[in-house]
Design a protein around this ligand. Structure first.
Ligand code: MN
Length: 130
């Protein structure tokens, strides 16, 4: 199972909810509250998935995605944008920056993991218990 997820998100409540949700599916969660920290943590831990907020202080999510994609060691890590931007064209802009998927906020705790997995191959599915 590919289980290491890095969340880059500046809103503490969203971070808490995503972490709680993903840990309840046995994912191993790593957190970063801004883009630079996120890139640095990604280099260190080589996550299997990156969940990326777009509206971040200083360096926005588009820039973070582009930087990750420019890095030989990190370019293959799937990035899924989690964002409340809902202007026409935003989805395209996120995908252009390198994300493989886009989940709109507010997130729905009942369907979030299913939505996330819909962008990923089967080996990302959570391990069932027992
Ligand atoms: Mn944000």
């Amino acid at each position: 199972m590919k289980s290491k997820i890095l969340i880059i998100e500046d809103n503490q409540q969203n971070m808490y909810m995503l972490t709680f949700l993903l840990e309840s599916y046995n994912y191993k969660v790593f957190q970063a509250y801004n883009g630079l920290a996120g890139i640095s943590v990604a280099k260190d831990i080589k996550p299997d998935i990156i969940l990326l907020d777009i509206q971040l202080p200083e360096m926005d999510g588009y820039t973070v995605a582009r930087k990750l994609k420019e890095d030989e060691q990190m370019k293959d890590i799937p990035i899924i944008a989690v964002t409340s931007y809902a202007m026409p064209g935003d989805r395209e802009k996120v995908m252009e920056a390198g994300a493989i998927g886009y989940i709109e906020k507010p997130i729905d705790p009942d369907t979030f993991v299913t939505q996330m997995l819909s962008f990923l191959p089967p080996e990302y599915e959570p391990e069932s218990e027992g």
